[in-house]
Design a protein around this ligand. Sequence first.
Ligand code: PLP
Length: 261
Amino acid sequence: MVERGFVEADPGYLYGYGLFETINVQKGKMDFYQEHMERLIKSSRKIGLNFKRDPFKIEEDCNRLIRANRMKTGGLRITFSKGKRRNNLFITARENPYDNEAARKGIALTVSSYRRNEDSLLVSVKSDNYLENLLHLNRAQDRGFNEVIFLNSKGQLAEGSLSNLFFIKDNVVYTPADDCGLLPGIMRQKVVDLLNENTINCQKGHYSLDELLAADEVFVTNSLMEVMPVNRIDDRVFKVGLDTSLARIRTLYYRKWNENL
Ligand SMILES: Cc1ncc(COP(=O)(O)O)c(C=O)c1O
């Protein structure tokens, strides 16, 4: 469409100037709403978006959407982006693509040759600029993998295109540190807290691909998949199933947060 004159543009639409949160819905209720809202407000500050909304009102709107869709399980996305005069906030509902079968069998990862820039202003916020991640994920999926892992410019492990990475070696759980070029996930923090509460040794640090490939077990986390076992990374196969350390961690997690599973 061609129009005479100047178009007053919305930076959210034109530049992806915005943020989002994906919240898990189970039994018709949102998981960790407060943590998601805190991250959204903190990240808004980081990218110069003025967040002048009432979190209680947003929560009510989310619950209205859950009821309107008769949602028992699924995901809600809250998008907050820069508008022309007033910033935009909208909430959308979707299905949760991960099922028990995936959690039982585990998922397959591949390592990308693309290097994450750990100094980018965008890696530590859940911004509307997901195209880089999405294109690498699409390529991985075309090759039969479920998720793609990025190293950073120093060759250290960072995270996945939509998840945080963990590995277990000799009963110690490791996850890349915040400065490796990653989004500090809500689920990652829940897992770290859970491990600490249960005196399971958990360390955040700077790790190499070789260390990951030498691990006993690997898993990834995000709000919708929660704690997801990994059955292989490229050609390297990893143990999944009931007789694993991760099975015990998953039991602790679901006992704490989700007794019915
Ligand atoms: C790049 C990236 N890292 C990590 C995560 C995990 O974040 P959370 O646990 O808050 O869902 C996500 C979630 O979508 C993500 O997109």
